[in-house]
Write a protein that binds this ligand. Sequence first.
Ligand SMILES: [Fe+2]
Ligand SMILES: [Fe+2]
Length: 297
Amino acid sequence: MLLVQITDTHIVAPGAMVYDRYDSAAGLRAAVARINTLPVRPELVLVTGDLTHHGQGAEYDHFLEIMSGLQVPWHAIPGNHDIRDPFLAAMAGHLGDTHLPGFGQFAVDAGPLRVIGLDTLHDGHHDGTFCAQRLAWLETALQETGPRPVVLAMHHPPFATGVRWMDVMNLDWASPLEALVARFPNVHAVLCGHVHRPISTRWAGTVARICPGTSYQVALDLAGPDPHLCADPAAIGLASWDGQRVITDVLPIDGDPIPLQLMQPETMAKLAAYADAHDGIIPKDVNNRVRRLSRDD
Ligand SMILES: [Fe+2]
Ligand SMILES: [Fe+2]
């Protein structure tokens, strides 16, 4: 069972560019096309904030126009570049079957998972926040979920990432949230955005992962707080539930896979046995490659 994460789409008005440089609409269109052609249909797509760059109504209209091409149900939470009222007005159909009135915070089923989107928007600020009202709603949502596996989604990462110029705008708000999540070991993953880089860590007894954006990427910041963007690849995030755990991955939007010819006899024998046992489940060309190699050997 597959969830896909899109984050930090930063859509602007049609024809405009972000920072006079980035065609964020093209990035989102490419992400939508990538998801529509995945070999496995995702159960749900989560858009984890900064849907627009300025929070304007025309930008939400543009976002919705591009997302109308997505062939998978999707839900969205806001980020610091969103503005709550126009966000809520535009996302009315994408806030899940249970949501906290006045916030972009929801719970929805996705196969065996309960997916809970959190609203960390601090109106008028770039840092995150999580007030007592949102915290109480989350506690109830987690209690009502029971032992089922949970995936949380939130725009602001609740931890310091090492990208210091962004960290200094995003500290000291997540301790109550961390204490609450730590009480629920059935929270298997926390999917974040905001930092536009693939960063993960252990947090609150679970795994928190930041996904790259579809719009532009933030440079690594090893030497000191020095704001830079960079040309790292735009990507979408994957989160697969295998019955026991959530496995996350980051999939660059561009780039075709290159078939790998496995030459070790032991590996080939195992893959051939798997292919025979799962005919029709794994791609045909894998079967063909394995069998051809076996014959050639
Ligand atoms: Fe962003
Ligand atoms: Fe952000």
